[in-house]
Each structure stands twice: as structure tokens, then as C-alpha cells.
Design a protein around this ligand. Structure first.
Ligand code: ADP
Ligand code: AMP
Length: 271
């Protein structure tokens, strides 16, 4: 991307972020139900390796809600070798998407039965298609609830290979490490339980290429879906995790958006 196109894209993001903030503030001053209810209800969108699984546990701890990662749920089915797990593994290793009905059903089941979700939820890796986003809207409408935030972790594809090929996970909890960027205290052991860490079978350069192609084709339209609402925010996910977290809190606690404000001050030269 050239300099002018890059600046143009950044400006559009600033305007879109500010537009989202204005709509949120308008909703809160008009007394719309979303602001009356203190539960956090949000989704995290971003390509594989953007940092969704790194940020989500911190959000969960801060806001006492549940963290639902459809990828973790599917991997648990794969580990148990259930019929769904056997089918899903082939699709996951090929970098494709499991059917909308299956993942919508998994989320519905959790929202209905997981007690942690009574304090709200973070959806990580869902919705990944527009029909999934529509399914989520319908589920929330039935419950007379609405989403408050759709946070997009924005990062260039070129940075993701190193993140994905070095990722280590603790399958039981979904905790994520990185061999270089975030190593565990003991080699290949989970910091909390001491259990072994593994590398995901789809965390290789070949599968990543396919997963990124799937992301751009099927999940980028989901970003556009939420950009049209007042709840979308974009964060620069190429920064170090602590900075991403600070910007995340700015969005979730509805303070001045760090990303938008930072970009705006760079562009306008103001502080
Ligand atoms: P996602 O859930 O979006 O696929 P993860 O949170 O699992 O991504 O992050 C992918 C890998 O990159 C992990 O190994 C994680 O430790 C590492 N990582 C996450 N955020 C950052 C960051 N801001 N900078 C560097 N590495 C990161
Ligand atoms: P993740 O752990 O989010 O990287 O997901 C791993 C894989 O699980 C993806 O590459 C998909 O094959 C599958 N998957 C996870 N979430 C979804 C979803 N919402 N819709 C369809 N497939 C999914």
C-alpha cells in the first residue's frame, strides 16, 4: 500500500472509530437498554495470530464474564474424538470453516447453560461469517440483549507467520504462549498447572496461508457488518501486548480511544 492510500485508510479508521464513539455516547444519553445494563457483551475479531486469545483472558478477569472461543471448543471435540471432532479436524487442518449451524449451536448452548456468561461474554473467533453474525443478533434479540462492542484487532498479514509458527497452547485452558515473544516460565510447561504445552496442528506456514485467505474472504465482510453499527472499534494489534491491552481498556471503559486519538493527534499535530 502506498503512503497516500495508507494515510487515507488510517483517516477512514479514525472517522469510523469516532463515529462509533459518538453513536455509543448518543445511545448512553438517550437511555438505550445497552448502557443501562452493566454486563459486558462483546466480540473480538481479527486474523489468526492477531492476539484475540491473549487479550480475552485479561478482559474476562477484569469484567468477570465468560470467554467463549469457538476454536477452543472445536479443539476439545477433536481431543475427545467425537464424530463432530473428527469432521472438524479435517476442516481445521485445511484452513476452512466449520458449518455455521454447528458453531451457532455451540454458542447458543454456552449462553444458555454456562453460569459464567450471566456476567456477560467475550466471543473470540465467532462470528466468522455474516450468517453467523446474523445468527448471533437473532440469539441476542430472543434474550432482549444487544452487543456493546465489536473490537477488531488490526494487523498486517506479514507479521502473523512468526506469531503463529511460535505459538504454544495449553489445550485444557486455551492459555497461549509464544516460544520467543511470551515464553512459559518452564520450557513447554503451562505456568499455572505445569501441564505440557503443545503446538496446534494448524499452526504452520502452509495452513496459515489458507486460514488468512479464508479470513479475508469470509470474515472481512463481518468487519464491514459491524462497522455499519455504532459498536465497532479498530485497534492496532501490531503493538506489544501491554499497549494493545491499554487501548482495549480505553475502548471497553469508553474513555478516549487510544488508537483513534493517537492517529488523530499524529495527523492533525494536536495533543
Ligand atoms: P489469536 O487468538 O488471535 O489467534 P493469539 O492470542 O493466540 O492469537 O496470539 C498468537 C501468538 O502471538 C501467541 O503465541 C501469542 O503469545 C503471540 N502474541 C499475541 N499478541 C502479541 C503481541 N501483541 N505481540 C507479539 N506477540 C503476540
Ligand atoms: P481459532 O482457534 O479461532 O484459530 O480456530 C481454529 C479453527 O477452528 C478455524 O481455522 C476454523 O476451522 C474453526 N473455527 C473456529 N471458529 C469458527 C467459526 N466461528 N466458524 C467456523 N469455523 C470456526
Amino acid at each position: 500500500m502506498g503512503f497516500v492510500e495508507d494515510e487515507l485508510k488510517q483517516l477512514k479508521d479514525v472517522i469510523s472509530n469516532l463515529d462509533s464513539r459518538i453513536k455509543r455516547l448518543e445511545q448512553s444519553t438517550s437511555g438505550a437498554p445497552s448502557s443501562a445494563n452493566k454486563d459486558l457483551r462483546m466480540i473480538l475479531i481479527g486474523p489468526p495470530g492477531a492476539g484475540k486469545g491473549t487479550q480475552a483472558p485479561k478482559i474476562k478477569e477484569r469484567f468477570s464474564c465468560c470467554h467463549l472461543a469457538t476454536g477452543d471448543m472445536l479443539r476439545s471435540q477433536v481431543a475427545k474424538k467425537t464424530p463432530l471432532g473428527r469432521e472438524a479436524k479435517k476442516i481445521m487442518d485445511a484452513g476452512g470453516l466449520v458449518s455455521d449451524d454447528i458453531v451457532i449451536g455451540m454458542i447458543r448452548e454456552e449462553l444458555d447453560n454456562n453460569k459464567e456468561c450471566r456476567g456477560g461474554f467475550i466471543l473470540d473467533g465467532f462470528p466468522r461469517t455474516v450468517p453467523q453474525a446474523e445468527g448471533l443478533d437473532a440469539m441476542l434479540r430472543e434474550r432482549k440483549r444487544e452487543l456493546q462492542h465489536a473490537v477488531e484487532l488490526q494487523i498486517d498479514d506479514s507479521l502473523l507467520v512468526a506469531r503463529i509458527t511460535g505459538r504454544l497452547i495449553h489445550p485444557a485452558s486455551g492459555r497461549t504462549y509464544h516460544s520467543t515473544f511470551n515464553p512459559p516460565k518452564d520450557y513447554m510447561k503451562d505456568d499455572v498447572t505445569g501441564e505440557p504445552l503443545i503446538q496446534r496442528s494448524d499452526d504452520n506456514a502452509d495452513a496459515l496461508k489458507k486460514r488468512l485467505a479464508t479470513y479475508h474472504k469470509q470474515t472481512a465482510p463481518v468487519v464491514d457488518y459491524y462497522r455499519k453499527t455504532g459498536i465497532w472499534s479498530g485497534l492496532d494489534a501490531s503493538q506489544e501486548p501491554g499497549q494493545v491491552w491499554k487501548n482495549m481498556l480505553n475502548v471497553l471503559e469508553d474513555k478516549k480511544s487510544g488508537h483513534a486519538a493517537g492517529l488523530l493527534s499524529r495527523i492533525t499535530g494536536s495533543n
